[in-house]
Design a protein around this ligand. Sequence first.
Ligand SMILES: [Zn+2]
Ligand SMILES: [Zn+2]
Length: 369
Amino acid sequence: MPAVTSLAAITDGRGGYVIDTTEVRAPGPGEVRVRIAASGLCHTDHQSLGWEGPMVMGHEGAGYVEALGPGVEHLALGSPVLLNWAIPCGRCPQCTRGSANVCDRSMGVDPSLGSPRAGEGHTRWQGRAIQRAFNLGSFSQYSLVRAEALTPLPATLAPERACILGCGVMTGVGSVINVARVQPGDCVAVVGCGGVGLSAVQGARIAGAGRVIAIDRHPAALERAREFGATHTLLAPADDPAGEQLAKALQAITDGRGADFAFEATGAQGLAFLPLKLVRHGGTALQLSGAHGERTVSMFDFWWDKRYVVPLYGGCQPERDFPRLFCWVAEGQLDLDRLISHTYRLHDLGTAIEDMLAGRSAKGVILFD
Ligand SMILES: [Zn+2]
Ligand SMILES: [Zn+2]
């Protein structure tokens, strides 16, 4: 089986990228080559411009099975599939206890489990083998992945809509349903109403939350949050670095108690501990932005009985979660169509990134032909 040429976005590792032709080889044992139909854009893709390059960008994709390697039995040629960047091994203690999002193989805990990567030389550019973001590299016409990275899509859910389930939507909805386990009637605050935050708002509505309080700096983002199920909105004060004014405003609409759960989904690392200020005694603060580096927090913010959680990928357990998300989409409970506010061609990736950073897009999606 021959290699295929594939137009792809490749980071240079110094803040820039090029759109150029790569070569994607035929699948080996346990591998599948996917013709990518669409790929969503995440803040992580912007960050990946500074990762070690050259590397094919993108990690939130969906497409069609184009070629199957030996031993892959459960997928059919031409069938639509969703790519999942937390590629589970399916047999380590984390996978078997239902925590596939932190699989020992994908986290590099147990080298004897092998690698979630496709074998060496899967993608070549300018005559040399290169890597892909999250072992997927979905900003490319073709991607060669391990079969465990793929979930079959129902015939009624086109890859062009489904692609955003594979990172942003899973992270937002899963953090509410799987990690926080929000119950009917609970009071939920969501800080930051981009793709992940709006998905958390939808998750809270699906869970039957009583009050869903959306918080953002942009009035337009708050308008959007109302469409997705927010019952209350708060415009974040401009000059409030410690979040004191915001906490007061939230107290005023929660009978002086604070929220049961507060989710931080701004992508702003400095706000990592803000949700602690927004929850009641015994409440749970969740930080979904993947903030890293050193942050300072006052111990008073933990008073009393508060919990602080940094979930990865909404606790994604692919076999359990993706079929459930497909179901909610089919029932009209989970709205993907309005979440995908902008679509682009691969050559417009720069514009897509600008729209995301400026808060103009809820979720941008790159469409391939
Ligand atoms: Zn992502
Ligand atoms: Zn595993």
